[in-house]
Design a protein around this ligand. Sequence first.
Ligand code: SF4
Length: 342
Amino acid sequence: MSAKTILEVRNLKKYFPIQKGVFRRVVGHVKAVDGLDFVIREGECVGLVGESGCGKTTAGRSIIRLLDPTEGEVLFRPGEQEVDMAKLGKDGLKRIRQEMQFIFQDPFASLNPRMTVGRIVSEPLKIQGIGTQKERMSRAGALLEKVGLSASQMGRFPHEFSGGQRQRIGIARSLSLNPRFVICDEPVSALDVSVQAQVLNVLKDLQQDFSLTYLFVAHDLSVVEHISDRIFVMYLGKIVEIADSQELYESPRHPYTEALLKAIPIADPKLGRRREALEGSVPDPSNPPDGCNFHTRCRYATDLCRSEEPVLQGQQGNPEHQASCHYQNELQLAGYMARGAG
Ligand code: SF4
């Protein structure tokens, strides 16, 4: 894997104002994303994982500027140059979309039902003024073949395809401009379990063929297990753990990661499929708890956790594995592998 950093996010925040009354006075903020710092290296796939409402989709959308960040820097380095995505104007964003693309969660809502598949996949080329009509259609056909569909299906409409096929069309569209970096926003969560693995395999193959870097957003650690090189775990607008994928599954350092791992169903020959559901729900992001924001659900919480916020930091002797827990060096947390064996 190349060590070159393709994306560096510094103190990224996205707050949504809460307005009340006739004059729509701002009475507070929903802190959906509250100070993210991380780097993504060229060619890797990073899984961004957390429950619904933890801010992961908002983070992805703020990075690519489908949402305007409240604060922070998003330094994108697709080539020799560096751009701060957070500060780009309309023209700059249009240019940078050639390098950074987004795959939407819902393959039903994200495709224009009145456009043929050929037009949908070639549309980004048209918007950027690239190629002739014939060249654009030729590229669309080649991309459809790449995602496991057929160029002969270009004249059909989205409703003639299954959910999995529609997501393949969405993937083909996201690759039409030959981007370097793709944000995949829960691309398989709306699909049947039987189809999920097929689409994940397509994404994995395309990453190799097109030398892509992925930020892969998911609410479930089981989905990202086989596709991610590293995983960022997010809770209540903040990253609480960063680790190499295998290491995270084997030896998590944050109790929230441990709880997410316990929620993955495992096949047990005696008991069938078993899993431990996460207790409680994500607190209100407009009024996060004091101290460690996970303390209201953490089985290891102490008085220190309720009063002092832990910092995301590397482990002793392993700076790449970071967690924001006061007790990350003392707790012996159960990994997924240990559960499977136990
Ligand atoms: Fe749990 Fe305390 Fe660690 Fe937070 S700091 S995760 S409450 S043990």
